[in-house]
Design a protein around this ligand. Structure first.
Ligand code: GMT
Length: 381
């Protein structure tokens, strides 16, 4: 198939999933066209089936807000028409699903039909999309899509609960490339970070309020009171400088290091003992899946779709949102040498259930169904 993928090209989970999906589809013989405002961060290699089309947004003194959605819809029209796309797959509803609807209408006026598949990723439903400023457009464009997927059953439930959506939504979870995300031999790195054999705790995120990074710091301090340990934080975002300031005020500050954005996160995961995800909400928790694939168990909240991934008492432990003392107890339990090996093995085994080869065919089948739907509608018109 000729597939168009529209996403945010940044480090965010939806962009990562979209890019990894495109790469996997290209390896399976499809021609994949990325349509974004800059090169997706994980699209860093050459493949004859992969193409990138930049959305250029011209500015003009009149525009306080340059009309990105119009530029995106115009680019979609151009690429669908000239690259003969069979399907347009948009990731994150705002503004991609509504831009796709507009593109579809323009293309239809030219006699071209293309199915639009929308994947809901999380905050497009649970946070931003609910805002009255966006809700009518989100609802409409989901209902106008030819196929809709959500990354967890919980996100699907929340979509039906929060929006008057009539569309059938298929759950297709996040997936993982197990050949990249696996435990690697990096003992020199571990020795450098934790020379006395300290336990290594890790958090990766985009440092937004929803990630509750303050809880990460407080959980770590609770653990550090009981055993020698180090905390590494990877990523960047709006809360980072406030968290660095807070960390300096905590008694465990000497054992905390902020590493910023890092491409090869799997190398740090390979030497870590425990991943902390105390999120307020998490539709799936891709970062936790990456950790588990590298044999790192997860202490997390039970928010959103996390329990569909992290199995309490098996691959890690779950707590209520904000219950830092419980997460400290859970972390100490998982890190106990009597428990850690079985948690590590179970984390990897669970991650294997989300292998790219198991999940990507679900998207291929979804595209086929959306195409049949559009072709049937054409036959009836
Ligand atoms: O985590 C973020 O805030 C980024 C966000 C995104 O859409 O870019 O991630 C969401 O999508 C990921 C991929 O489907 C999920 O694994 C994350 O759980 C989800 N984040 C939230 O729901 C907060």
């Amino acid at each position: 198939m000729n597939i168009g993928i529209v996403c945010y090209p940044t480090f965010g989970g939806s962009g990562v999933v979209a890019t990894e999906l495109g790469k996997a589809l290209a390896q399976r013989g499809h021609r994949v066209h990325f349509i974004t405002y800059s090169q997706p961060v994980r699209l860093d290699f050459f493949n004859e089936n992969l193409f990138y089309h930049e959305v250029y947004v011209p500015t003009y003194p009149l525009f306080q807000f340059p009309p990105y959605e119009s530029a995106l819809a115009s680019k979609m029209v151009d690429i669908v028409q000239n690259e003969h796309l069979d399907v347009l797959h948009v990731h994150y509803a705002i503004p991609h699903a509504s831009a796709a609807f507009l593109a579809k209408q323009i293309l239809a006026s030219r006699g071209i039909r293309v199915p639009v598949v929308t994947t809901l990723h999380g905050t497009d439903i649970t946070l931003v999309g609910k805002d009255a400023s966006y809700e009518p457009v989100v609802t409409f464009s989901i209902n106008q899509s030819d196929g809709v997927t959500a990354v967890s059953a919980d996100l699907r439930r929340e979509t039906y609960e929060s929006f008057p959506v009539e569309h059938k939504i298929e759950v297709i979870p996040n997936f993982i490339d197990l050949s990249r995300f696996k435990k690697q031999e990096k003992s020199h790195f571990r020795t450098a970070i934790a020379p006395e054999g300290e336990k290594l705790l890790l958090h990766t995120s985009n440092f937004r309020a929803v990630k509750r990074v303050e809880d990460v710091l407080r959980i770590f301090c609770g653990v550090r009171e009981q055993l020698p340990a180090k905390l590494l934080l990877i990523g960047d975002g709006p809360d980072r400088s406030r968290m660095e300031k807070l960390a300096r005020e905590l008694p465990c500050h000497a054992d905390i290091r902020f590493l910023g954005k890092l491409e090869a996160v799997e190398e740090v995961l390979s030497v870590s003992d425990l991943f902390l995800m105390p999120s307020e909400n998490e539709s799936f928790g891709l970062a936790a899946l990456e950790a588990m694939a590298c044999e790192v168990p997860v202490v997390s909240t039970n928010a959103g779709g996390i329990p569909e991934l992290n199995v309490h008492g098996v691959t890690g432990m779950l707590s209520e949102i904000g219950d830092v003392p419980d997460m400290v107890r859970n972390a100490l339990y998982v890190l106990d040498d009597a428990n850690l090996p079985r948690f590590k093995a179970a984390a990897r085994a669970r991650a294997e259930e989300f292998a790219v080869d198991k999940i990507v065919p679900l998207y291929e089948a979804h595209y086929q169904r959306a195409s049949l739907l559009v072709n049937a509608a054409m036959g009836n018109s």
